[in-house]
Write a protein that binds this ligand. Structure first.
Ligand code: NAI
Length: 628
């Protein structure tokens, strides 16, 4: 049976209501602009919800608009930039099915035709109202004989077309539903990409958050293989709202929970989820992954990924992303503040003041300018700290296990001994690898200069706290600032227990080095971007567990993603399948790690479902996806 698509214009084909936009143009110099525009909007919405007769609404709006012919030129230019995203990416659908597509609008031909014909819609398949102008070009009314200016006009117009086949209506307003109500369409899709009207949703046969969804249901999708609105995202643990916003903007279905989930609950919930976002509390275990049938990616909205079984994710073909440098600056700022505080003995002074003691003295108080800072671990944080410290006039040295690019005038030390013999302040920024457990103990404290200060903002397990305590009590160290501890309370209700409590000139902070609003915002922005890029293009740069591939974007080609167990010969088998189906490969990228192989293949436009089935059935395939 032939399929016909009757498509609405305002807020469906375009993101906006054209008359609202026309008002913004025509009333741009009017003193009553705001009130009038508000009024026009109210009338539009009232009409759309079915609360006012269409003619009434139109007459009232045109009067408020005071628009002229020349305003329409500007309007069309603006509308061209406001085509609904999913309409724009499915341009091919309009061209290919032009005979079966009608635009049915209560708007006006003067702006509808120039827009839709650009997409290949036939001008004589556009049914809309037309304006009446006076001799000075002012819009003074509309053609009242046009059936679309009457109540239930859309249904009556369709009736005249006498379409023989399956008729689907796609629109956001009540007047679109009226076609179905009149028995003149088989299906009404409530289109919600731009606006959602509750009254209309209730009447829909199907809610379509994008045109992709309609095409997917009708097996006509071309632009993307799977509608984004079908990708379900679950965000746990109070992730910054920015993440929800950008994932929604991408068109995904996003569910947000402020708390974490325990293993059993998550193992249940994860079954329908494609993207999972967590912070540090939620454990992603083998059991959770076993149930994660649709899971494509996990976003760790934090730095560490110890809470995730990365190997289990790999074996299931799930890519994990985190935000390795989103809070770097925050940690660095705290380190700078602490260096100053310690050299001015602020922890002691403030404690005395709170106890009523006024102890004004310059004794043993120093500027940081000209002092020597020794950074242990010259990674993201260590290197950025070096830049800021140098800008404040410090002389900076670093020691790292591996050779790193030294920024500015920073000098590399060949050994810890060399660094400790020079530094007035030692700041630890090593990672938490096992071999770093108790890395900084008695022997290293002994080698620090008399009267130097010590800072640890890296990991608690790295420092032997007993040794630190001894050196603070003996006065060998002038002070210390510690943010991370071997045992940290699980929550804000638990007490903080540590042998460092009560020590002189010691700043203690509850693992807040990276805890700032800016860092949270950065994480909320960074992680979704990595995931969206992975879903859309297959690029895995910054993935914690996947082989790193950075891919070009392509036009007019399909991209196929194949993840398999890392055994020999898979690529050869894939290419045999391509040859068998006479597919031209435009580009191919393979990267492996110990567990998986990751192949991206870009092919010419045409392919057959049988080829997809063949590729999927290659032994040792973990996952296969058509990206676009
Ligand atoms: P990174 O991985 O970029 O840098 C770590 C550097 O330490 C690497 O260059 C590595 O080669 C070096 N390293 C490791 N062990 C070493 C050793 N024994 N001796 C000398 N060099 C060694 O890590 P990033 O992002 O700079 O983070 C540093 C630390 O800060 C990590 O432990 C991280 O967990 C912690 N961190 C703490 C935060 C807080 O809230 N206090 C927030 C963010 C990170």
């Amino acid at each position: 049976m032939k399929k016909y698509f009757i498509i609405d214009f305002d807020s469906t084909f375009t993101k906006v209501e054209a008359l609202d936009l026309l008002g913004e143009i025509s009333l741009s110099d009017s003193r009553q602009r705001t009130e009038r525009l508000q009024k026009i909007k109210e009338i539009t919405d009232h009409g759309m919800d079915g609360g006012m007769s269409f003619r009434d609404s139109l007459t009232k709006r045109l009067k408020l608009l005071e628009a002229r012919k020349e305003h329409l030129v500007e309007l069309v230019a603006l509308l061209k930039a406001r085509i609904s995203k999913s309409f724009h990416r499915n341009e091919e659908f309009f061209r290919e099915h032009a005979d079966n597509i009608y635009i049915l609008s209560n708007g006006f031909k003067e702006f509808v035709v120039p827009i839709v014909t650009q997409y290949g819609v036939k001008a004589d398949h556009v049914y809309a109202n037309s304006f009446k102008f006076d001799h000075q070009g002012r819009i003074v009314g509309f053609d009242e004989d046009n059936i679309l200016s009457r109540n239930n006009g859309k249904a009556r117009q369709i009736e005249r077309l006498k379409l023989k086949g399956e008729v689907s209506v796609i629109g956001d307003g009540y007047t679109d539903y009226e076609i179905k109500e009149a028995g003149l369409a088989h299906k009404f899709y409530a289109f919600t990409e731009n606006v959602t009207r509750e009254k209309v949703l209730k009447k829909a046969d199907h809610v379509a958050p994008s045109l992709d969804e309609v095409l997917y249901i009708n097996k006509m999708n071309k632009a993307i293989s799977y509608p984004k609105n079908r990708i379900k995202v679950l965000l746990l643990e109070n992730i910054h709202p920015m993440a929800e916003r950008s994932l929604k903007e991408e068109g995904y279905q996003v569910e947000v929970h402020s708390d974490g989930m325990d293993e059993d609950e998550l193992a249940e919930q994860v079954k329908t989820v494609s993207i999972l976002g967590i912070r540090s509390k939620t454990q992603i275990t083998e059991k959770v992954i076993a149930n994660a049938r649709r899971l494509l990616a996990v976003g760790a909205f934090c730095i560490g990924t110890n809470q995730i079984d990365l190997q289990a994710c790999l074996r299931k073909g799930v890519a994990v992303f985190n935000a390795p440098f989103s809070n770097t600056r925050s940690v660095v700022e705290l380190a700078i503040a602490e260096i100053i505080m310690l050299l001015r003995k602020i922890p002691e002074r403030t404690k005395e003041m709170h106890a009523g003691t006024w102890h004004k003295s310059a004794k043993a108080s120093f500027e940081i300018r000209g002092k020597k800072l020794g950074i242990v671990g010259y990674g993201n944080i260590g290197s950025q700290l070096s830049v800021l410290a140098e800008n404040l006039g410090m002389e900076v040295y670093y020691y790292d296990l591996v050779e790193k690019l030294a920024l500015g005038n920073v000098r590399r030390c060949q050994s810890m001994d060399e660094l400790l013999a020079i530094a007035d302040v030692v700041s630890l920024h090593v990672d938490g690898r096992k071999s770093n457990t108790n890395f900084f103990g008695r022997d290293l404290f002994m080698k620090m200069k008399e009267g130097s200060a010590f800072i640890n903002l890296s990991r608690g397990l790295v420092v032997d706290l007993e040794a630190l305590k001894e050196n603070l009590e003996s006065g060998h160290l002038v002070g210390a600032a510690i943010d991370v501890f071997p045992q940290e309370p699980q929550n804000n209700q638990e007490q903080f227990v540590s042998l460092l409590r009560g020590l002189p000139n010691t700043l203690l902070t509850p693992h807040i080095g990276g805890s700032t609003q800016e860092a949270q915002e950065n994480i909320g922005d960074f992680v979704p971007n990595q995931i969206i890029q992975y879903i859309n293009t297959g690029s895995t740069s910054n993935s914690v567990n996947f082989p790193q591939v950075l891919l070009p974007t392509l036009q007019n080609a399909h991209r196929l993603m194949h993840i398999h167990h890392n055994v020999p010969g898979i690529l050869a088998k894939m290419n045999q399948d391509f040859a068998k189906h006479q597919i031209n490969i435009v580009g191919q990228y393979l990267k492996t790690n110990e567990t998986i192989g990751y192949v991206i293949t870009d092919i010419d436009k045409k392919y057959h479902q049988r080829m997809i089935d063949d590729l999927k059935s290659i032994e040792d395939t973990i996952r296969f996806r058509v990206l676009y």
